[in-house]
Write a protein that binds this ligand. Structure first.
Ligand SMILES: [Mg+2]
Length: 97
């Protein structure tokens, strides 16, 4: 189990590095981070929904059928954004106590 967890966390780390390369260090307030996280959760939701119900995939003709691999990648992005929000909060040192 730990080996598989480590492999997934390695993917999350790679996604964090990709995000930093794309956006630079992000220091949002907590509510903004939650909106960014919700946007990523929405993308994961859309990916799995369109995989399970391809009739509702408006872009299927352009991109072909959605797959659970896309859902999985969106979950990696969700995890990476959550990590980025924690890092940002820690940098801002706003934790009580
Ligand atoms: Mg995404």
């Amino acid at each position: 189990m730990a080996e598989k967890t480590g492999a997934v966390l390695g993917e999350v780390l790679a996604e964090r590095q990709r995000q930093d390369a794309k956006w630079g260090q992000q220091d949002h307030d907590p509510s903004t981070w939650l909106m960014v996280l919700a946007e990523e959760v929405g993308e994961a939701n859309q990916a799995v929904f369109e995989t399970l119900f391809p009739t509702y995939d408006k872009r299927a003709a352009q991109h072909g059928p959605r797959t659970l691999a896309e859902y999985r990648q969106e979950l990696i992005q969700v995890a990476a954004v959550a990590v980025a929000a924690i890092e940002s909060l820690d940098r801002q040192d706003q934790l009580p106590g």
